[in-house]
Write a protein that binds this ligand. Sequence first.
Ligand code: ZN
Length: 187
Amino acid sequence: MAEKKYGRFWMVCITWKVVCLCGVLYILIMETTLILNMDYSILTKLSWQKGITLMLKGAITPIEFHERRILGANGEYYPLPKVGMVKKFISFKYTATPTRRNIFLRDNYTCQYCGVKNPDKLTLDHVLPKWQGGKDTWENLVCACFKCNSKKGGRTPSEANMPLLNQPIKDGGRRYYNDWGLSEKIK
Ligand SMILES: [Zn+2]
């Protein structure tokens, strides 16, 4: 009898935990703020926390609100912005940065020394090694498999006798990822 009672107790506990978790997930996923540019094009989607901060700072004009309100430290209730528009037009100059992901995209996830595509371990290789003054630039970073990367070590391709399959370039194609420095611009 007692076992049955406790079994039920735990069932209620687990159900409540699931309900709470779903609620938190709902708030985190669904209650976002869509930020529009002045021409109504979509700039980005932010968490409601960031959205309300921008609204209170006066950086965005709220257009639509979520139903839920939150209690501020001053005892006032604030609506959560669902859609907000920036107050000045944001224009973009495309400048993709040579991040790990972007270099992988440019080189099509292919080792630039042996030509193997999608190896087990794909790494970034500095053509001119860092210790020789090599920089983190489009022209000095290539995809390399782990094997080639360790074989080349701290040498240049000619020192290691490992010619590159393609000369690394900055092609500026729009397939690369960039957050456009949005968080900085909206402020
Ligand atoms: Zn390789």
